[in-house]
Design a protein around this ligand. Structure first.
Ligand code: PMP
Length: 393
């Protein structure tokens, strides 16, 4: 598979790591043989499952410097984010316009009138200056939710600085961060970040899809989204999925061990960026040069559609995405690129390249062998004219 395809869509999902599959197979075998019972059961096989859960919780807690009791297993980043937003419905929430739809959509549903969107600059960064504690507690937010890194452009947000300004037990303001893209790529430490709540998901770090984490600081309480069982100490009802949880724990252990390897990936990403800017006219980068995840590069190609580039790259065996995978079936321009560039044509022409630990220099060369020709061909066919926006670096 790797020989045929150049996979540059790790931000949508990293391939399952072989060590994770082995661990899930072991647990699957145990489930077939009846070695693992329902973790809520008091008999021996139930208790064996309980130990598996405890060990997994410990492994996941280590990745973010939390305590095991502060980890809630969920079905993924979407559920973790939805849980947080629904828990604060009809309360004042401050957030940013570039959050993932799993924050923005529940927010529209539950707290439309009470939401405040703190604007981002042209690199997608919010300024901690725009977060403050209103002297009148009536106007203080109950929740501040700012993603640690953006999924489309990779910009890293100043979450620690924001937490230091907003978090307040006195005013009962809690700070949440969606760390789904940041986890495993940059150090994520809940105490360093001073957050009360944090979401992430296993499939971005080589774990299985359908499992994720909501970290809830011991001092905080979040009303559950799913009720009807005492699992996860009453914070998320439903029988635990042992195979997925064991897979998540293995992926968390490996992510922690491999954190230092991302510098190499950043080097390849910078090489791709430099080559695109050198070889292709009328392009601009939507990912900041500094303060960006090591693996994401988002580029806008003037006068053509990102989707057309994606399809033509796919025909040559190269997988990239336009905007986030979750939004890629929509025709509206990406809300993230619109927020930073304010231009629908630029947003429609954007492509996200996202690299992983298996990306090689040869992958970058394969992209550069075809991309300039694809762009030139599409521009020849386009009714729009490239060159109306200045070339940026
Ligand atoms: N938040 C961010 C920043 C994401 O990138 C994603 C996945 N695209 C999610 C949340 C949702 O995660 P999941 O797919 O595990 O539900």
């Amino acid at each position: 598979m790797r020989d045929q395809q150049v996979y540059l869509d790790y931000a949508a999902g990293a391939p399952l790591l072989p060590e994770v599959k082995t661990r899930m197979d072991e647990v699957g075998e145990g489930l077939v043989n009846g070695e693992y019972g329902n973790p809520s059961a008091l008999y021996a096989t139930g208790q064996r499952s309980r130990r598996l859960l405890d060990e997994a919780r410990m492994q996941v807690a280590l990745l973010i410097d939390a305590q095991p009791s502060e980890i809630i297993f969920t079905s993924g980043g979407t559920e973790s984010n939805n849980t947080v937003i629904q828990a604060f419905q009809r309360q004042i929430i401050w957030t940013t316009p570039i959050e993932h739809p799993s924050i923005l959509e529940p927010l529209r549903k539950f707290s439309r009138q009470k939401a405040r969107f703190v604007s981002v600059d042209n690199e997608g960064r919010v300024s901690p200056k725009n977060f403050y504690r209103d002297p009148d507690p009536k106007y203080c937010p109950s929740l501040v939710s700012v993603m640690l890194a953006n999924n489309e452009i990779g910009v890293i947000e100043p979450v620690r600085e924001i937490s230091m300004k907003c978090r307040s037990p006195k005013y009962k303001t809690l700070v949440h961060t969606d760390a789904t893209q940041a986890i495993g790529k940059i150090p994520v430490d809940v105490n360093e970040l001073k957050v009360d709540l944090l979401s992430f998901s296993a499939h971005k770090i080589g774990g299985p899809a359908g499992i994720g984490v909501l970290y809830v600081r011991k001092s905080a309480h979040v009303r559950p989204l799913l009720s009807g069982g005492d699992q996860e100490r009453g914070r998320r009802a439903g029988t635990e999925n042992l195979m997925l949880i064991a897979g998540l724990a293995k992926a968390a252990e490996l992510a922690r061990a491999r954190l230092t390897e991302w510098d190499k990936v950043a080097g390849l990403r910078d090489q791709l960026r430099a080559e695109i800017l050198r070889e292709i006219p009328h392009v601009s980068c939507n990912s900041p040069k500094e303060g960006c995840l090591p693996n994401i590069l988002n580029v806008s190609f003037e006068a053509i559609e990102g989707e057309a580039i994606q399809l033509m790259l796919d025909a040559t065996g190269i997988a990239v995405s336009t905007g986030s995978a979750c939004a890629s079936s929509k025709l509206e321009p990406s809300h993230v690129i619109m927020a930073i560039r304010g231009d629908a044509e630029i947003a429609h022409g954007s492509v996200r390249f996202s690299l992983g630990l298996n990306t090689t220099e040869s992958d970058i060369q394969k992209v550069m062998a075809v991309l300039p020709k694809i762009v030139a061909k599409l521009r020849d066919m386009s009714t729009l004219k490239a060159g109306e926006h200045d070339k940026e670096s």
